[in-house]
Design a protein around this ligand. Structure first.
Ligand code: NAP
Length: 306
């Protein structure tokens, strides 16, 4: 069986960037990009903060460009999900069902998923008023009425950030006590532009082609109400896609892959992690791409040294 230099598991900005760098270093990377290739940007509309695209670019178009660039230098792609890995030892094994692939190094870039409320209307309007990233999309909501769902630090951080743009921000939380840290609560409570809708859950996002309001239900009394907003930011947490690596690769208390120091090196030699799977802080396409480049450079150096 051929032992490749690099297998990249996952795609998105980190996986494709790792592929570009590895391919240009003549490492002939195999990218097993996942059945839903392209990552979180595939459900995003306009991306205005990716450097180099002064007029903005649609998320899926940006990912197509990334992939084309990697393909230009002969990266290979398999658009399926990895089902099993054996990463210890010098030869790493990666399985896609019954197929087995082997490599000297593996770059994990399986990303993370934003948790969603789980409504059909929320999915339908994702990118059209429903967002999971204030840093990415807040700018589009200048002067708007905005709602944020969630009661943790993320929700309050998003709400505070969104006050720079929105006319008003309503934080909708399913209980009457916030999970967020005291300091974030104090900051949010002290902000005139933020109000709280406690004991409320969103039962429907209303709008044909863009969000116009939300249907809310009181979690205590069951009473229904409407909230007029044009933006809904869902901030109820993220889940890193690390189930494949449980028990093998070290993760932190939130299941994100732990890397050593400022590198992308994991606890297993020759295995590197890049992008959101190892980052719960920045979660940006540009930072994911940056760590993808780092992982490829580190993989190349590892191969050279061994
Ligand atoms: P989190 O702490 O798990 O909070 C998630 C929030 O979403 C909770 O309030 C939860 O409600 C709510 N929620 C979960 N599922 C829901 C659903 N289906 N419908 C409605 N609400 C739902 O997640 P996070 O805020 O993303 O924070 C993750 C970690 O990162 C935390 O440790 C946090 O401290 C840290 N963080 C820190 C900062 C900072 O310090 N600046 C910023 C961001 C994140 P319940 O409370 O009822 O469970």
């Amino acid at each position: 069986m051929t032992v490749r230099d690099v297998i990249i598991i996952g795609s998105g900005p980190s996986g494709y960037t790792a592929a570009i760098y590895a391919a240009r270093a003549n490492l002939n990377p195999l990218v097993i990009e996942g059945a839903a290739a392209g990552g979180q940007l595939m459900t995003t509309t306009e991306v205005e903060n990716y450097p180099g695209f002064a007029d903005g670019i649609l998320g899926p178009d940006l990912m197509e460009q990334f992939k084309k660039q990697a393909a230009r230098f002969n990266a290979e792609f398999i658009t399926k999900d990895v089902t099993k890995v054996e990463l210890e030892g010098n030869i790493k094994k990666v399985f896609v069902g019954d197929e087995q692939y082997q490599a000297k190094t593996v770059i994990i870039s399986t990303g993370a998923k934003a948790k969603m409320i789980g409504l059909e209307s929320e999915q339908r309007l994702l990118g059209y008023g429903v967002s999971t990233c204030a840093t990415c999309d807040g700018f589009f909501y200048s002067g708007h009425q905005i709602a944020v769902v969630g009661g943790g630090d993320s929700a309050l951080e998003e709400a505070l950030f969104l006050t720079r743009f929105g006319e008003h921000v309503t934080v909708i939380h399913r209980r009457d006590t916030l999970r967020a840290s005291k300091i974030m609560q104090d900051r949010a409570m002290a902000n005139d532009k933020i109000s709280f809708a406690f004991n409320k859950e969103v039962t429907e996002v209303i709008g044909d082609t863009k969000v116009s309001s939300l249907k809310l239900k009181d979690t205590v009394t069951g009473e229904e109400s409407n909230l007029d907003v044009t933006g809904l930011f869902v901030a109820i947490g993220h889940t890193p896609n690390t189930s494949l690596f449980k028990g093998v690769i070290d993760t932190d208390e939130m299941d994100y892959i732990q890397t050593i120091g400022k590198s992308t090196q994991t606890n297993i030699e020759g295995v590197f992690a890049a992008g959101d799977v190892a980052d719960h802080v920045y979660r940006q396409a540009i930072t994911a791409a940056g760590t993808g480049a780092m992982a490829a450079i580190e993989a190349e150096r590892y191969i050279e040294a061994n």
